[in-house]
Design a protein around this ligand. Structure first.
Ligand SMILES: Cc1cc2nc3c(=O)[nH]c(=O)nc-3n(C[C@H](O)[C@H](O)[C@H](O)COP(=O)(O)O)c2cc1C
Length: 275
C-alpha cells in the first residue's frame, strides 16, 4: 500500500489515510455561523472519502473575519451550529478539523467575487487591527493593537479553540499564514513595534506562540506547518529554507502540551489534535 493510503495515528486521533482537505474560505456565512452551504461543502468532502476535513479559516472574533461573510467560532451558538457539521463528517468516516484565524489588517473586505476590496464601516466593514499602523498595500491603515488587545486576542484564540472542541472538532489549526494577524506579527515589514511584541525575531514570535499555545491547551498533539515561513522570507529574502518552521521548533522543544512537531508543506500554522 502506498504511504498516502496508509493509516496515520496522531495521539488519540486516527486517520484512515493521509488525504486531507485544506481549509477553504467560502464567504457564505451570516454572523459567522455555518449553514446548509457548509454542511454540503464539508460533508461532501467527507462522503468523498477525505481523511481529515478542515473548515475554512474561522474567525476568533467578528473583526477577525476577512469578510463579513466568513465563518466564525466565537460563541456557544457557533459551537452548537458547527456540531451538526462535525457529526455529519464523523458519521461518514472522516475526522473533522477547524482552522481558527484572525485576519488582522487584511480583514473587513468584500467577497472575492464582488471585487474583494476593503469595505468601509459605512458598507458593513470595520476598522482593522494590526501590530503597527502600517497598511497592506492600498488597504486602510489598521489600528496598532495595544498590549491589552494583544493579550485579549490570545485569549480569543484560546476560547475559540475551546468552542471548536465543544463543537466536536478533533483537530484545530491556528492560521499563521497568508499575511493575516499572526503572520503580520511575525513579519518585520508589518510589525515595527518597539515593545515586547516587536523588534527581534523572538519578540515577533511572541504573539503567535502565545495564541498557539493557549489554543493548544485543549488538544494534545501538536502539528506545526512551517509556522512563519513567509515572514522569514520577508526577513531573509531568497533565504534559507531550513529556517522555516522556526516557530514550530520552540513549540515542540518547550513541550508541556505536545509531543512533537510535524511539517506540512509551505503553509504556516500549528495544528493540534485532541487527546
Ligand atoms: C477557495 C480557496 C480558499 C482558501 N481558503 C483558505 C483558508 O481559509 N485558510 C488557509 O489556510 N488556506 C486557504 N486556502 C489555501 C488552501 O488551503 C491550500 O493551502 C492551497 O490551495 C494550496 O494547496 P494546493 O497546492 O493543494 O492547492 C484557500 C484556497 C482556495 C483555493
Amino acid at each position: 500500500m502506498s504511504k498516502l493510503f496508509s493509516p496515520l495515528r496522531l495521539r488519540s486521533v486516527e486517520f484512515p489515510h493521509r488525504v486531507f482537505v485544506s481549509p477553504m474560505c467560502q464567504y457564505s456565512s451570516e454572523d459567522g455561523l455555518p449553514n446548509e452551504w457548509h454542511l454540503v461543502h464539508l460533508g461532501s468532502r467527507a462522503i468523498g472519502g477525505a481523511s481529515l476535513v478542515l473548515t475554512e479559516a474561522s474567525a476568533v472574533t467578528p473583526e477577525g473575519r476577512i469578510t463579513p461573510w466568513d465563518a466564525g467560532i466565537w460563541s456557544e451558538r457557533h459551537a452548537k451550529e458547527w456540531k451538526r457539521v462535525t457529526d455529519f463528517i464523523r458519521a461518514h468516516g472522516s475526522v473533522p478539523g477547524m482552522q481558527i484565524a484572525h485576519a488582522g489588517r487584511k480583514a473587513s473586505c468584500n467577497k472575492p467575487w464582488l471585487g474583494g476590496k476593503p469595505l468601509p464601516p459605512s458598507d458593513g466593514g470595520w476598522t482593522t487591527l494590526g501590530p503597527s499602523a502600517i497598511p497592506f498595500g492600498d488597504y486602510p491603515v489598521p489600528r496598532a493593537m495595544s498590549v491589552g488587545e494583544i493579550e485579549k486576542t490570545v485569549e480569543d484564540f484560546r476560547r475559540s479553540a475551546r468552542f471548536a472542541l465543544d463543537a466536536g472538532f478533533d483537530v484545530a489549526e491556528v492560521h499563521a499564514a497568508h499575511g493575516y494577524l499572526i503572520h503580520e506579527f511575525l513579519s518585520p515589514l508589518s510589525n515595527q513595534r518597539t515593545d515586547a511584541y516587536g523588534g527581534s525575531l523572538e519578540n515577533r514570535m511572541r504573539f503567535g506562540l502565545a495564541a498557539a499555545i493557549m489554543a493548544g491547551i485543549f488538544y494534545d498533539f501538536q502539528y506545526s506547518q512551517d509556522f512563519g515561513s513567509s515572514a522569514v522570507y520577508d526577513e531573509y529574502q531568497g533565504g534559507d529554507l531550513h529556517r522555516q518552521g522556526y516557530l514550530g521548533q520552540p513549540l515542540g522543544a518547550g513541550r508541556q502540551i505536545s509531543s512533537g512537531v510535524w511539517r506540512r508543506d509551505f503553509q504556516n500554522g500549528v495544528v493540534f489534535a485532541k487527546e
